[in-house]
Design a binder for this molecule. Structure first.
Ligand code: GDP
Length: 433
């Protein structure tokens, strides 16, 4: 992952240096994004649409209040990269019947044999009993390699060192290893355009009727991963792709994008030669890592809070202020701190200026209020009118405060609600400033 991570961290560094974003800077950034993606071997057409999209979004979307433009730019980049790498859902590998038959395909040298052992190991660690079958009749070395790997990880193995008929070996493998939860069948490699290989793989597919067909692709082929996948797809369905050697090349980025474009799902990436070095692939986590995880988490959190705050402001404006909205407002306040716009609407905040003491006081109150609101039922939050003395006692008890505290908070809320008409005007003015 190092090569690819370095590539993207350079891009992020450049963006972080940006002071403000005018058209010239935007063009410069667009070129930088293009260079980065091309170096990662992302297919040219994808690079182009990606950059156009990102630039369009940056030009048209206003960063939410409090988020500096360059941070928003990184956020847009993050979101678009997630889409490029396969989108929202992390793909799960879940055996749904027993035995769950997995057929592994790939060209020679892609890391197929190593990957079948990695996958077996991954599943065994999760409590599955896994068997392995080698059907490669061309390369006796493949038989030895998988048998040794199977021994190493303690998985039952079936193969025929001098076997001639791969289809028959696959059949006998299934018959011999009946008791396992998952059966991984490794096939012969060789060149992707070799008709005979594809025919053989298809024949094995027809004979054993696998539950999941997994194509193994070497990251160093970069964007050509798509052509490889498509060559196999002409003969049989590819359910899953595993991209190996992500640790040794920046082209893995291109391989991921190219595979995503074919519609196949990448479920794992190989990140080293050891049997342990297989990782489930989750586009969000993957891209977060590319762009520098820690910072990004904080940024995403902040943007989410700002969006929530804007929602709250809208609700206040429209006069739909209930305690649920009030609670959301307090949550975003606690995330955003006293500089947030909503803060200025809190008790005393409507006076022309908020004093330091008032800020401190309100901040102390925030924690208490959140506790109070958290011990209310949804019905109470949505319909504060039903709060009578006994409910207030129960709420106070639950929050570890006095009934007086609860009443105080309710007064603040009532005031805020009453003022929401005046607020609307004030807020518009304040936002304009
Ligand atoms: P096959 O011909 O497709 O069965 O490929 P092999 O499993 O024999 O692997 C080919 C080479 O790639 C071996 O030297 C493996 O150790 C290496 N390899 C496989 N997966 C990875 C990976 O994720 N990272 C690295 N660095 N090497 C890998």
């Amino acid at each position: 992952m190092k090569a690819l991570t370095e590539l993207f961290s350079k891009l992020v560094e450049k963006i972080r240096d940006v002071e403000y974003i005018d058209e010239a800077t935007l063009q410069e950034i667009a070129r930088e994004i293009q260079r980065t993606l091309l170096k990662a071997d992302v297919p040219l057409d994808l690079v182009k649409t990606f950059t156009d999209n990102a630039v369009k979004r940056i030009r048209e979307e206003k960063p939410p209040a409090g988020i500096p433009p360059r941070e928003y730019l990184i956020y847009v980049l993050y979101e678009e990269l997630v889409k490029l790498m396969g989108g929202e859902q992390p793909a799960e590998f879940k055996p749904t019947k027993k035995p769950y038959i997995v057929l592994l395909l790939g060209v020679e040298g892609s890391g197929k044999t190593t990957t079948s052992a990695k996958l077996a190991r991954y599943l065994m660690k999760r409590g599955y009993k896994v068997g392995m079958v080698e059907t490669d009749t061309i390369r006796p070395a493949a038989f030895d390699q998988l048998r040794q790997l199977a021994e190493k990880i303690g998985a039952p193995f079936y193969g025929e060192r001098d076997g001639k008929d791969a289809v028959e070996i696959a059949r006998r493998g299934v018959a011999n290893l009946k008791g396992v939860d998952v059966l991984i069948i490794d096939t012969a490699g060789r060149h992707r355009n070799e008709e005979a290989l594809l025919q053989e793989v298809k024949a094995i597919y027809d004979a054993v009727n696998p539950d999941e067909v997994v194509l193994v692709v070497d990251a160093t082929v970069g964007k050509l991963a798509a052509a490889q996948a498509e060559a196999f797809m002409k003969y049989l369905p590819i359910h899953t792709v595993i991209i190996t050697k992500m640790d040794s090349t920046a082209r893995g980025g291109g391989a991921l994008a190219a595979v995503a474009k074919t519609g196949a799902r990448v479920k794992f990436i190989g990140v080293g030669e050891d049997v342990e070095e297989l990782e489930p692939f989750n586009p969000r986590k993957f891209v977060a890592r590319l762009l520098g995880m820690g910072d990004l988490d904080a940024l995403l959190e902040k943007i989410k809070a700002v969006f929530e705050e804007e929602e709250v402001l809208e609700e206040i404006e429209s006069g739909r202020l209930d305690l649920l909205t009030f609670k959301k407002q307090i949550d975003s306040l606690m995330k955003l701190g006293p500089l947030s716009k909503v803060f200025q609407l809190l008790p005393g905040g409507l006076a022309a200026k908020i004093s330091e003491e008032q800020i401190e006081l309100s901040q102390k109150n925030l924690k208490k209020w959140r506790a109070i609101l958290s011990s209310m039922t949804m019905e109470e939050l949505k319909n504060p009118d039903i709060l009578n003395a006994s409910r207030i006692r129960r709420i106070a008890l639950g929050a570890g405060v006095t009934p007086k505290d609860v009443k105080e908070m309710l007064t603040v809320y009532e005031n805020l609600k009453k003022m929401s008409k005046t607020l609307k005007r004030q807020m518009r003015l304040r936002m304009a400033r």
